[in-house]
Design a protein around this ligand. Sequence first.
Ligand SMILES: C[S@@+](CC[C@H](N)C(=O)[O-])C[C@H]1O[C@@H](n2cnc3c(N)ncnc32)[C@H](O)[C@@H]1O
Length: 510
Amino acid sequence: MLNAWADGYVSEIAYTHGFYRELAPTLLAFAALAANHSSPDPARPLTYCELGCGQGITTNLLAASNPHIQFYANDFNPSHIAGARALADEAGCGNVHFLDSSFAEMADRTDLPEFDIIVLHGIYSWISPENRQAIVRFIARRLKVGGLVYISYNTLPGWAAFLPLRQLLVDNAVDTAMPLTTRIDQSLKAAEALQQANARYFLLNPGAADRLKTIVSQQRAYIAHEYFNRESTPYYHTDLVDELSAAKLTWIAPARPLEAIDSLNFTEAQLALLGGVQQRSRREGLKDFILNQQFRRDLFVKGPLPLHAPQGDAMWAQTLFILTVPATSLGELKIITPLGQLTLATDVYRPVIDRLAQGPLTAGDLHAALPQLLFAQICQALIILVAQGYAHPCIRPEQAAAIRPHTDRFNQAVMARARFSGDIGYLASPLTGTGLAMDQMTQMLLSAHLAAGTADPVASVWMHMQSCKQRFVRDGQMLMDDQDNLTELRHRYDALLKDAWPVLKALQIV
Ligand SMILES: C[S@@+](CC[C@H](N)C(=O)[O-])C[C@H]1O[C@@H](n2cnc3c(N)ncnc32)[C@H](O)[C@@H]1O
């Protein structure tokens, strides 16, 4: 079924319920700071807009954990907006406005404020040129001077090898009389058959064969929106920079600061080549060739203000960080970068982690406590710990009291939903202004643990699981034996109390 309003975009299957942490105002500001650029201060009463919000999980969670910010979000799929509004109601989010509007309608609306932050994740490469122009018009009209834009997009040259695969999948699915899920299944089977028949496209593009294997294992809702729209336009970084300059945007940094630490991403020979290119967007484009980049998340500003070194250092010195995993879970630290697996220097990371384990500290506090480390080493360690999901920028614990009622209500709404759906895998923290991942079963155990009068949370959740015929899956196999399920549940409850509880407490989620 083709909806006239959908303009070639998939609308008969609703999108997945993702939360994207890079969109958090605290993390956006951190990424700008890491690139030595000023950006809207997330502690201030900002205005924030997410274009194409899908199910609205990200915007709702951020609204709950940043009640001083006014959030707006649009999507032209009314099912998405209905679901997003329902969650906002259940969670009592009074600072969020979900708009059933297309990008073209957003560009023409006169009832919206000017925004400090505009974000669009998973949009720009998947829509028509006219819709991209509408987005540029919207940003030109609605972004404040000094405002920040986050944008993600499929990137060339990395995506080039997948364009024929996408075409194949779409061509295999032209019979619009069948439901899209059936067409997707048939289309994937046809592509697999072609691969098994040793089609040279797959032989000479092993990346495409790998991707097909990945696609087959992905959720149908994700596949539909990723590959089955009428449009698919990967971008060279430089072309995107040119296109967005029409809205007076200047590129400032990748949204993941780790990607900007050249020594972690490039060999000596590659660094020498990059050093020969002065123009920033060309240099960034060259990096995409070196890495065969397939996907980028970039930050742009309308009127960039680079921070002078002392200003930047002063901001770093005042930025608080908190550990978001148990310190005991962090042994020898390894990270995967384009250079392979790197082991992080224990004499730098161990003391930073041990100090943060005692409670939130600023980079300045850490430097005062660890004079053997250079300030730059501490800042780089923090970038890496944040990138790995081990730490996060935060506010002072005493400031979180005013936010706590909002996140508590959101978390109660999420945990209530966990009884019938595993869609929302995150709880909100008033301290970090973002989400912490937690699976459905752990959410149910936590909810039962917090409920007064539940004698044994494991027994209570097991009863619920039995009533809905729910079972755990291990190594791709459903556990059929009751005792195996109970053991798994007990194991998860123990882990919740022993490992997760101190972190949940520190993040003021409980
Ligand atoms: C791939 S999804 C991404 C959703 C969300 N940003 C996320 O990452 O979960 C793209 C979203 O854009 C919406 N969309 C596509 N074209 C649109 C248009 N012309 N106007 C408004 N929304 C649109 C779709 O309905 C869908 O929810």
